[in-house]
Design a protein around this ligand. Sequence first.
Ligand code: ZN
Length: 324
Amino acid sequence: MTSDSNSTARPASAAQVSSAEFLGADDSTAHTTERASAETLDISSLSAAVECLRGRRFAVLTGAGVSTDSGIPDYRGTGSSPRAAMTLRAFLTSEQARRHYWVVSHLGWHPFRAAEPNSGHRAITALEASGKVPGVITQNIDGLHVRAGNEFVVELHGSLDRVWCLSCHHEYTRSEIAVWLEELNPRLAAAQSTPALPDGTVEVDTSVRTLIDGLTVPECRKCGGILKPGVVFFGETVPIDVYRWAERVLESADVLLVAGSSLAVNSGMQLVERAIRRRQRVVIINRGPTRADHRATVRIEGGTTESLVALAGALIPAGSAKLD
Ligand SMILES: [Zn+2]
């Protein structure tokens, strides 16, 4: 099934089982709540992935799909597009754009911060603890890999937890800024939070538009400079030192496992291309097509939570790790 070529492993026609069946497992190896609602898994592709990963070290690259079971919707499910997200140019040049950003990111902050790591995150943590994963590279800014206990996490697009002054470079926590925003804008403090998008913002409706127009934007308390969240906006490149760390994770692995990303964003796709140039195999788990499907050694069509739990159950010796 697995080959040295770049051919994609296609699902077998009838070989579909649940993750629990695939594991042949007792309750100690899978998260019972999520397992109960797990989709049927494609056993043929999962077996090929296990064959590809067993006995090898693999870097894990994650996208929004790993956080959907934590209650953070993927763009795919919202009708929104990442292209509608804030650009660096707009943020730097327009006070109105900054008002827009801080309103939608504040309304998305509370549900975003309340999200908890799911079994997929914990499966990756267990794989890292077992010595099979040298590090996690993520496109997500939700901090859930860190909170799940991963030791080495490269956040390609930064994290919503931090805010910087663009003039004096003083660093603030996002929680501090949230307090200032509410002190300066009582109407924002009273507004209802709505479900967050993967970038930690919310959809804009009429009431949100009213808040944007009346917002007082907090500024740096040291120098009065513009405050920017510690995330990479569209039109902004991944900081070179961050990308180097991602390359180091990749270089210390034999295989790249992509989970929950369509690879629409170039920072992730560049790492896949780098892996292929290094003749590393690529395993992809995603619901829906990705830009690298034709380059993958194995392609699993399906949810990341149940797939990662099944892979961890198959790859980690029984009793050496607990996933829930
Ligand atoms: Zn400052």
